[in-house]
Design a protein around this ligand. Sequence first.
Ligand code: 5GP
Length: 193
Amino acid sequence: MKELNEAIRKWGKAIGKDVVKVDMFLNHRIDTALIFRMGEELADRFASARPDLILTVEASGIALALACARALGNIPVVFAKKGSTVVQNEEMVTSKVYSFTHKTENTIRVDRRYLPKGSRVLIVDDFLADGQAVRGMTDLCVQAGCTVCGVGIGIEKGFQSGGDTLRRQGTDLYSLAIVDHIDEKGNICLREA
Ligand code: 5GP
């Protein structure tokens, strides 16, 4: 997506060889016009999959999920919560997810009431790296008896394994921008469509 690629070129910073920091427009400060454009683009791509709801994970997936849900005609957004809770019972579906950025394992959880059995779920997240977050959210959907009808991503890091694995598994995956690699000078090199 042209506008997202431009924002990554203008504001994106590489941290080491594998982390892309986009705090200026996506992860700390949010560029409102851009995030709604991103949401519209994902909505256009996945409208024919007829999702009943969007599932994301707190916190940084929520803005893009909301923008996409709005463009899909105000379908609900459900965000998986991280960490443990006192209320841990059979009403909750849970899955363990290793966090690429924090190097820790989190349990993510959703109340079953918000993933009604038989729902068609569009998974949305800001980044795709090794695919752990998407795998965990898919696991929650399976436990709740829902179908994942697509996965929409803001920025995919094409040099990590998540995208290839999901495509190989036949997942309908669409990423608005793909970072091909970070070069030795720290430039973020994009894969152009
Ligand atoms: P995965 O689970 O695919 O390995 O990693 C995706 C999750 O980790 C996303 O939810 C995102 O929050 C975070 N993440 C992974 N790589 C990056 C990155 O380079 N930059 C930022 N800002 N977040 C990332």
